[in-house]
Design a protein around this ligand. Structure first.
Ligand code: ADP
Length: 320
């Protein structure tokens, strides 16, 4: 049984991280275990920016986006010397284990730290991209998808009024999950994702045909990894001769009060992470599979690439 643990968020922030921190903290305290919060990701670990938390420290945060502990990208942590310094800071405070909430990169860093020092680490997938291998869900992906859908609904109104082509660029440098689920649920005619090749000439010829048949407007959702929205829009305008407008949501997609799904899932994952870590488990990530919380080997999670569900790709083509 561990007696003192710490929790931190790292990498890109995502809505629901606060709910996960709160669940880790309150579960640990419920078990009679001390829990520290590390501020500003691996930067805070290296600079000793950490404090022992009580239940009230995580009051009034479940409804807030972002992460109250702060997050960061930290180059120093990529070096063995940096990681040793971070480890020493943890040991100096009696911290025996760590919960790291973050994306692919943060979990990779956690895996290396645990291998090098032997400190027990449990990871939680926190990223709006939903791209962590072994889990069908990552903390924040539901809120981000809902934010995008809200934008799509508004864009559809104006697109319809003007018979325009609308191109919406959404986040997803390496993962098309957000573009795919929001494209399907927003009724997009075309969804461009990094996982699938596309032929813009073919798409534009098809668009012209659809307008000739009386289509009022066309919506294209493009993941940033599949092409820059403005470039795609410019090419479509040139090839079709149709009025085309481009929107890029940018960081709006990361923010906002977390959805019910993100709050509940993050709470479940946080509880599992704290209990597993306290009981001495290490090198695992908790995620979801078919609606249930599952543990995934940390090494496997960071060394495999999650594939975009082919069922979603197939469905998107039928419904377009
Ligand atoms: P995310 O966790 O959202 O994917 P990043 O990929 O930027 O975000 O990773 C966040 C931080 O995790 C990095 O700034 C770095 O401190 C740490 N990290 C990422 N990859 C590694 C690695 N290969 N070795 C050690 N630390 C890493």
């Amino acid at each position: 049984m561990l007696k003192t643990i710490a929790v931190m968020t790292s990498g890109g922030d995502s809505p629901g991280m606060n709910a996960a921190i709160r669940a880790v903290t309150r579960t640990a305290l419920h078990q009679g275990v001390k829990v520290w919060g590390i501020r500003g990701g691996y930067h805070g670990m290296l600079d000793g920016e950490m404090f022992e938390m009580q239940s009230k420290d995580v009051s009034d945060i479940i409804q807030r986006g972002g992460t109250f502990l702060g997050t960061a990208r930290c180059k120093r942590f990529n070096t063995p010397e940096g990681r040793m310094l971070g480890y020493k800071n943890l040991v100096d405070r009696g911290i025996q284990g760590l919960v790291v909430i973050g994306g692919d990169g943060s979990l990779r860093g956690a895996s290396i730290l645990s291998q090098e020092t032997g400190i027990p680490i449990v990871g939680l997938p926190g990223t709006i991209d939903n791209d962590v291998w072994g889990s069908e869900y990552t903390i924040g992906c539901d809120t981000a998808a809902n934010t995008i859908i809200d934008a799509i609904n508004k864009l559809r109104d104006t697109a319809s009024a003007h018979r325009r082509i609308i191109v919406l660029e959404v986040m997803g440098r390496n993962s098309g999950w957000l573009a795919m689920v929001t494209g399907i649920s927003g009724g997009a005619e075309y969804i461009l994702v990094p996982e699938e090749e596309y032929d813009l000439d073919e798409i534009c010829a098809d668009m012209k045909e659809q307008y000739d048949k009386g289509k009022r407007y066309i919506l294209v959702v493009v993941a940033e990894g599949a092409g820059k929205g403005y470039e795609v829009g410019k090419a479509i305008m040139e090839k079709t001769g149709r009025d085309t407008r481009v929107s890029k949501l940018g960081h709006i997609q990361r923010g906002g009060s977390p959805s019910v799904i993100d709050r509940v899932n993050a709470s479940k994952l946080g509880e599992h992470a704290a209990l597993a870590l306290i009981s001495g488990l290490s090198d695992i990530v908790f995620g979801f599979d078919r609606g249930h919380v599952v543990s995934i080997n940390l090494h496997d999670a960071v060394n495999n690439k999650k594939k975009l569900n082919p069922e979603l790709i197939r469905l998107s083509k039928i419904l377009a």
